[in-house]
Write a protein that binds this ligand. Structure first.
Ligand SMILES: C[S@@+](CC[C@H](N)C(=O)[O-])C[C@H]1O[C@@H](n2cnc3c(N)ncnc32)[C@H](O)[C@@H]1O
Length: 281
């Protein structure tokens, strides 16, 4: 597979991708309130051909396959082989009646999908492109006339307490940590619609809408699990990934104590804010 973005491919095939694969159930639980909104707005219909962009461990591809049924089809595309492997395993356990799913290791920026889709969707999988203009133009080309696009992307980090609370607490351990670059691939890349809208328009999308969605996100059933989630799979994982084990352990301890102080031994639920973006070809 060719990729325009080796750094993202390394990241999602490496330690973080493997952790996402191993803990996909916790991620699916955390994202569930957003997934519900995504599918409510996407309103897939039986027989639709669907592309899931950056499908990860397959939660949304599996939901799409159930909704479009055996007359439909889903292509689940991702850079990460460990995540695609989980998706394939999960699909093998599905009840009959769902659409077939092709799990494709592909860079959405330039992959020739070879099928025209009725609907392209993504749950937090479109903010990591090196060349977003190329990626959305490629996605647009892969859709039928009057095709639809629906995706979720994060609003600003400041609006996402599930990141800032822990990040602020561990930053003193990481004095030289760089602030996220507003225009670099990363979770908050499309926090500002002024960045995203011209890219979608230039790619040929129309009737573009960005709807704010705010929900509480359950990042763990107890403080240790929640600390593991934010430190090893959320945006803080990128800050910690090349640090000494002692720094990682100290960060984990600080976050666990913070969550314990605030939530006792129970579930950790924190504010999360994203855009639900919809458009047509
Ligand atoms: C934040 S994760 C979301 C995964 C999944 N959609 C979910 O909600 O669980 C981002 C995903 O996008 C994938 N990704 C990043 N850049 C990509 C690209 N250029 N083409 C295809 N997938 C990409 C990553 O491998 C990763 O699985």
């Amino acid at each position: 597979m060719s990729t325009l973005n080796q750094d993202q491919s390394d990241y999602w095939n490496g330690e973080v991708g493997q952790r996402w694969a191993a803990h996909h159930e916790a991620l699916d639980t955390a994202f569930a309130p957003f997934t519900e909104v995504l599918f409510a707005r996407a309103a897939l219909t039986p027989g639709d051909r669907v592309l899931d962009i950056g499908c990860g461990a397959g939660d949304t591809a599996l939901i799409a396959a159930r909704q479009v049924g055996s007359g439909g089809h889903v292509t689940a595309a991702d850079l990460s082989e460990p995540l695609l492997a989980v998706g394939r395993e999960r699909a093998a356990r599905e009840e009959p009646g769902a659409a077939p799913i092709d799990w494709v290791r592909a860079d959405a920026q330039d992959h020739a999908f070879g099928t025209r889709f009725d609907h392209a969707l993504s749950r937090f999988g479109v903010m990591f492109f090196e060349d977003s203009a190329a990626a959305f133009a490629n996605i647009r080309r892969s859709l039928v006339a009057d095709g639809r696009l629906s995706f979720l992307c994060w609003r600003s980090m400041a609006e996402n307490a599930w990141v800032t609370l822990a990040r602020d607490a561990v930053l003193p351990l990481l004095p030289e940590a760089e602030a996220p670059q507003p225009d670099a691939p990363g979770p908050f890349r499309f926090a500002a619609p002024e960045t995203l809208l011209p890219i979608l328009e230039a790619a040929g999308f129309r009737t573009i809408a960005c709807e704010p969605v705010d929900r509480l996100m359950r990042v763990g059933e107890m403080p240790e699990a929640a600390a593991d989630f934010v430190a090893t799979r959320g945006p803080i994982a990128r800050l910690l990934r090349e640090r000494e084990p002692a720094v990682k352990e100290a960060a984990f301890k600080i976050i666990t104590e913070l969550f314990t102080h605030r939530f006792g031994s129970g579930p950790v639920e924190l504010g999360a804010a994203c855009w639900l973006v919809t458009a047509r070809t």
